[in-house]
Write a protein that binds this ligand. Structure first.
Ligand SMILES: Nc1ncnc2c1ncn2[C@@H]1O[C@H](COP(=O)(O)OP(=O)(O)OP(=O)(O)O)[C@@H](O)[C@H]1O
Ligand SMILES: [Zn+2]
Length: 464
């Protein structure tokens, strides 16, 4: 399998550190709002990469963090008159509701910054002891000049970076490129006691710490949106490699932007559509399908029209699947000689699908192969086919759509009794404001492989 590595600017053969295992980290959301469709792109792409690696037999440990302490969270808390922790808790919960709707599998661990403060302090202390960090008035900064490889990911040299850097009012730093590891507490901000006084972590340090805590010093894949290449990932490399003297990550994968009128969709710019809003109008599997229909590195201009087109495309896949399910109920018998030759064609679809995915997770082409498979099924399975052949077709269709987790909703309208009664219990619990109970029931359903979504039309459910 080949992956485009931002570090080398090349598509490279993927060779994991340890045979059969993959350690993967992706930068997760800052939780101060519902996430938008731009944020959904990396979540879905890296979920798909993880699923594909698992499909190819790897045992994947996948970490996606939550940034739950940050200026934007603090501002939101002040606006709403609640604590930053309450803001973060709320939007982490909301994250999972939308992520479930988008068919994103839970990461192995979703660590939170505030659960890692002790480890962050330790890490910063080590950097200071090794001479890579200095403290000024309760702040601690990373000394970028001390780290030789600074700029290697974004391919910039430190002199150019310095020349281009904005001169900040903050004159505590030795160089404008130095970045904060630990921030002195200001009035009204959350803080933790540390060797430098009360304060809170800077943004970049969290990922270095959580990655090393859950995955070790060197990992296989580090992923995130293209905007994170510089300075966030550059700084993560500096921190981790300064501490360990080892390579931080072997493959750096970055997705392109979802744009609105050719401008990056962004929470801070306000030009965004949240997944929650979109879910009022579209099934979220349409959003997943839409995002996987383009190569992950290409920019995509988002519009309602494009979602509509994606919805129509996905419908064609559902039709092929539903027709096949309908036919299968009526068929029987073993595969005929004529059908045997078709089975070879089926194998070819699988081979091509794998080739596309092996080529830097080209989901766009992989989806085209699935469409061809759907056309093949539509023209070659009918009421004269054998059940065995229909099953071969069905299983392959399920296998390939299953890897991307598209067209995967259950066609079974008859909600079985247990699910129905659990959903009713949860609705009742919500009415009674027993939110803990309602959440427990949601979790129980999830454990049974059932995802539920609250929509205007009521509660919808599907199998994971
Ligand atoms: N328009 C976009 N297209 C693709 N990926 C994006 C887009 N906006 C943010 N991302 C990615 O979403 C992930 C979550 O990021 P985070 O919640 O920190 O967003 P953010 O950068 O604070 O949001 P924003 O830029 O919208 O203010 C990151 O990997 C980020 O690179
Ligand atoms: Zn990060």
């Amino acid at each position: 399998m080949k992956l485009y590595n931002t570090l080398t600017r090349k598509k490279e053969e993927f060779i994991p550190l340890e045979e059969g295992k993959v350690k993967m980290y992706s930068c997760g959301p800052t939780v101060y709002n519902y996430f938008h469709i731009g944020n959904a792109r990396p979540f879905i792409i890296f979920d798909t990469l993880r699923r594909y690696l698992e499909y190819r037999g790897y045992d994947v440990t996948y970490i996606q963090n939550f940034t739950d302490v940050d200026d934007k969270i603090i501002n939101k808390a002040n606006e709403e008159g609640i604590t930053p922790l309450e803001v973060a808790d709320k939007y982490i919960k909301e994250y999972f509701i939308d992520a479930d709707g988008l068919g994103i599998k839970r990461a192995s661990v979703h660590p939170r910054v505030t659960d890692n403060i002790e480890q962050i302090i330790e890490f910063v202390k080590e950097l200071e002891d090794k001479g890579y960090a200095y403290s000024v008035d309760g702040d601690v900064y990373f000394d970028t000049k001390k780290f030789d490889g600074y700029g290697k990911l974004s391919k910039q040299n430190i002199e150019d970076l310095e020349a281009g850097a904005r001169i900040e009012v903050n004159d505590k730093k030795k160089s404008p490129m130095d970045f904060v590891l630990w921030k002195n507490k200001k009035e009204g901000e959350p803080g933790w006691s540390s060797p430098w006084g009360e304060g809170r972590p800077g943004w970049h340090i969290e990922c270095s710490v959580m990655s090393s805590r859950y995955l070790g010093d060197t990992i296989d894949i580090h992923a995130g949106g293209q905007d994170l290449t510089f300075p966030h990932h550059e700084n993560e490399i500096a921190q981790t490699e300064a501490r360990t003297g080892k390579t931080f990550a072997n493959y750096w994968i970055h997705n392109g932007y979802i744009n609105i009128n050719n401008e990056k969709m962004s929470k801070s710019k306000g030009n965004f559509f949240t997944v929650r809003d979109i879910s009022e109008k579209y099934d979220l599997d349409v959003v997943r399908f839409f995002l996987l229909s383009a190569h992950y590195k290409n920019p995509v201009n988002f519009s309602d029209e494009m979602l509509k087109q994606a919805g129509a495309g996905l419908e064609r896949l559902y039709n092929a699947k539903n027709n096949l399910e309908f036919l299968k109920d009526k068929l029987d018998g073993s595969i005929t000689d004529e059908e045997k030759s078709f089975v070879k064609e089926l194998d070819a679809f699988k081979t091509r699908f794998i080739e596309c995915m092996d080529d830097d997770i080209n989901t766009a082409d992989a989806i085209s192969v699935i469409f061809e498979l759907a056309r093949f099924i539509n023209s070659n399975v009918d009421d004269k086919s054998s059940l065995e052949f229909a099953n071969e077709c069905y299983n392959l269709f399920k296998e390939l759509t299953g890897v991307l987790n598209i067209a995967n909703k259950s066609n079974d309208d008859s909600i079985d009794e247990e699910i129905e009664s659990l959903i009713n219990e949860r609705t009742q619990a919500k009415k009674n404001k027993e939110y803990k109970l309602a959440d427990d029931i949601r979790q129980k359903l999830l454990d049974m492989g059932i995802v539920i979504e609250d929509t205007r039309q009521g509660v919808k459910w599907r199998r994971v």
